[in-house]
Design a protein around this ligand. Structure first.
Ligand code: A4P
Ligand code: MG
Length: 174
């Protein structure tokens, strides 16, 4: 899962990738490559990939979800802008809130930064109630603590384990 040497000065920047339309494995892999292709951006780790039941929105197909950890010199807002551009590259249509999409990129956490604005909230405001984020995050940083809720991944996952369906899709990215 770890893709490079992990030092003690590790950046805690996590991005959740998801999609439930088209060739999801291909899209997530291409998006991951695009994210780290930016100057000064480095991929530190990738979670396993999961098939997950859709949360919220209209009736729709299962998602493929994963989380990556990166290190970057970009500030949170420019990074978010770039993620939204990458989403657009893969043709996501935002016709229905929480509806089916080819690619959804969410900035989960940026070190311990806390931001609340219309365009960016950090940590991601719904991450703690979503097994499709917590489970892959646990693959990378099992001892991570939510910086504002002060809850362990273990505690957050426990609450949801019997409510949200999640299955391992594959251990390795292509
Ligand atoms: N925004 C604010 N904070 C953030 C952040 N930390 N990361 C703003 C990313 N975006 C953030 O998002 C709307 C706006 O949120 C962005 O323009 C950005 O400025 P969006 O991606 O346009 O809309 P959305 O994704 O349809 O809505 P939302 O509320 O962001 O949905 P989520 O929370 O992203 O959830 N079920 C499964 N199993 N797997 C999934 O991946 N994903 C969703 C979408 C729903 N159900 C799912 C999954
Ligand atoms: Mg989103």
């Amino acid at each position: 899962m770890k893709t490079s040497h992990q030092s003690s000065m590790q950046a805690h920047i996590f991005i959740a990738l998801g999609g439930n339309m088209g060739n999801m494995l291909h899209t997530l892999t291409m998006a991951r490559a695009d994210i780290v292709a930016h100057h000064g951006c480095q991929l530190l780790a990738s979670s396993r990939l999961y098939t997950t039941a859709p949360i919220g929105g209209p009736e729709q197909g299962d998602y493929l979800n994963g989380v990556i950890q990166i290190k970057t010199s970009e500030q949170p807002m420019p990074l978010l802008q770039r993620l939204l551009e990458i989403e657009r590259t893969y043709g996501r249509e935002r016709l229905v809130h929480w509806g089916a999409r080819t690619l959804d990129l969410d900035l989960i956490a940026y070190d311990d930064q806390m931001i609340t604005s219309e365009r960016l909230t950090l940590p991601h405001p719904r991450m703690h109630e979503r097994l499709f984020v917590l489970e892959p995050l646990h693959d990378i940083v099992p001892h991570w603590i939510h910086p504002t809720k002060h809850l362990s991944l273990q505690a957050m996952r426990k609450k949801l384990r019997h409510q949200q369906r999640i299955e391992l899709a594959q251990a390795q990215w292509p």
